[in-house]
Every structure is written in C-alpha cells, then in structure tokens.
Design a protein around this ligand. Sequence first.
Ligand SMILES: [Zn+2]
Ligand SMILES: [Zn+2]
Length: 326
Amino acid sequence: MNVIYPLAVPKGRRLCCEVCEAPAKRVCTACTVTYYCGPVHQRADWGSIHEKICQLLIPLRTAMPFYNSEEERQHGLQQLQQRQKHLIEFCYTVAQKYLFEGKHEDAVPAALHSLRFRMNVHGLNSVELVPAYLLLAEASLGLGRIVQAEEYLSQAQWTVLKSTDCSNATYSLLHRNLGLLYMAKENFEEARYHLANDVSEIWHKYLNDHYQVLSQARVQQIDLLGKQFVNDTGLADEAQEAEAIRILTSILSIREPTSDKAPRKTVLVLKTLAMLYYLMMDSLKAHEYAARALSLAQEHLSVEEQNVIQELLTLITTEEEQPITS
Ligand SMILES: [Zn+2]
Ligand SMILES: [Zn+2]
C-alpha cells in the first residue's frame, strides 16, 4: 500500500521582503519565489547575492512533491538539507569576499542569507549561526550602524557562551569584532581587552602546537630528503589565514606602543606572526617578524626566552638558504 504524505510546508514562501521582511510588493520574475518590498531592496539583493542563487532557490521554495514512500520522503528531505548547506557556505563566502574588499553594503544581503539557511538547517541556538552573526556585525560596523552591530554581537556572544564547541577562528573573530565595536564606541579599555588579551594567546597556543610538530618534520626532511613542503598552517583555508593575519597585525599595532612597559606581550605577537608565516611558507615575512621579536627579546627578556626566538629564526634562515627542491 502506498502511503501518501501530506504536502510539506513550502519553505520560505513568505510574502515578505527578502531583505527587510516588510510586506512584499514585488516578485523576482526569474525565479518567482523571491519577494521584495520595492525596487531598492530588489536591486540590493540582486547585486549582492540573488543573481548568483536565483535559480538555486526554486527547489527550496516550491512545495515538495507527494512521495510514495517514507524512504522517498527521507531522500527528498536529505536533498533539501544538502542544498541548504551548500547555500550556507556559498553565501558566506560571497559575503566574506565583499567584506575583504570593503564593500560592506553588498555583504549584508549575502550574510543574511547565510544566517537564514543556517537557522533552517541547524536551529536557532546552534553555534553554526555565529559566523553569520559576526559577518553581519562586521558589515554593520563598516556601515557605522553601531546599535545593529551590537545586537548581532550579543547574539553571537550569547551563542558562544552556551556552546562548548567553538573553533579558534570563530572565537578570534568574535573578539576582533567586539574590539572593533568598543573602538567605535570609544571605549578603548574594553577594545584593548578584546583585541589583545585572550586572542593573541589563543593564536599563539594554536600555532605553537602546530609549529612544534611541523618544524621537527621539516628539519628532518631538509637533512634527509630535501623534500618540498607545502603551506600547512592547519587552518581550514586562505580566508582563515587572512583572518589570523588581520587579527594578529591589529593586536601588534595596539601592543607596539607599549613595548617598553610590556615587551613580553609584543614579543609573543611577533613570534606568533613569524610562526604563522613560516607555516604558510612565506620565509621572507617569517624572517622579518622573527628578527623583530629577537631584537626586542634581546633588549628586555631573559636569555632563555631569547633562545626560543633564536631557534625559530635559525630554522627560518636555514630554509631560506637551502631553497627546498622536490
Ligand atoms: Zn525590503
Ligand atoms: Zn530570483
């Protein structure tokens, strides 16, 4: 006997504006499943993300067909999930690209889409929502919308507080955005805290663990095999590496003026940047930061502490002098 299941609720077939959720007055004629309050938001959405995903939204926003079996229905649901997961990543990447280019306005619709698909797939309290909140906060800050940025950030902070599985990158991103928020509010004490204290230590610990393992391997292989190494920071992708560089250099700019009072903290950031570039196979930059760390350490720190930096610098120099060939 074939069991017929009732029609699934059409996903996203809300008759409200895609951008601001006001009552809709227009529809995108290309997909006929996306609504807008007027031409301004339609154009904004099209330019940001809709042009790229217009056709992909059709299967998500039309009623699911009748299924002949539970198996078929499960398969349909799975496919829907896959499509939404793909859109989460795609919209996120697009929004992130706009932010890197300083196009804050364009980033908003794409980031909102990533957030909504995240809510559909993971629920309203998942830590998976945090990266999207942070993108929206950063875009809002870029647009000078402080109150809105604060709302997104408190959502993100709350979600992170409740969760136990938040990645380094997300944690770092949260603190950088909180730092930027407090800068905008001219609360420099708080800004310094978020931009510096926790975050540089998190990155240092993370990269140091990674560096310890890899540098051993690299030293041995220089001696034995002359093998070619590839970029390996353990970070997921170039965007995460760019994020690490951004946060560390902004911490450095806060630390450096106070180097005389707290040199150890500046040395830590310089050393972390040196390790990051070393792992990214950029020996020129790695050398530069390691040399700066060493000269500051020689001025202010113990011989033992100097030796750790000297070791790093020696390793970087060795690889510079013996370009590794495959
Ligand atoms: Zn609107
Ligand atoms: Zn469309």
